[in-house]
Design a binder for this molecule. Sequence first.
Ligand code: ZN
Length: 245
Amino acid sequence: MRLAQLIRAAGSVVALTGAGVSVPSGIPDFRSPGTGLWERVNPMEVAHIDVFHDDPERFWGFYGQRFAALQDKQPNSVHRALVSLEAAGLLDAVITQNIDMLHRRAGTRELVEVHGSIEFCSCLQCGARVTLEEARELLAADERGVPRCDRCALPLKPDVVLFGEMLPAAAIERAEGLCASADVLMCIGSSLEVHPVASLPLLTHRAGGTIAIITQGKTPLDALASVRLSGDLEDEMGALSEALG
Ligand code: ZN
């Protein structure tokens, strides 16, 4: 298997993961026509920083459902394959667009969450932070379904990058550094359409590194990829693990 050979020969291997990696865990990718939650609302409109500020009830009406939808979701074999690669010294870091904490739950150590995660919610006024569990309790206890800061009574905001927000500078800088120095960048389950994350593989390519794209469906960077795998994600990663094992 070509990708396994490239990984064995590489000094630095980095994975960049997107929504497709969470799909086998039962978390739908809202960019593909989906089910349930994503059919009734447009997340790009509701999960927006302006809605959070202007209409926190509406925002949390949506985000509360999102919290509920992510509850009890478990890492899948793709997450676990990446943990095994890291443990074997064959993977330096995982950069993810996913906010669902599944890479961390699976055991990935070097993890860059460029869109934040649902692990905490924060008060934008005083900086107070609560855990996901505390946020769920506050949300359930509030008659309007809005988790609020203890001190300021202002609505808390999940520590995720909402539409209309900038990506956290430290995380994106770290991601850029990793991609620029990667000999092999594996892009897994991402349609590579959302900037600035979509431009990360270009940093690898410009620096002379190799891009592998493992996802179903076309991406704008397919022409740059030395390895292009488009089968079922769990099957492809299983085959890779086997070839490296
Ligand atoms: Zn506060």
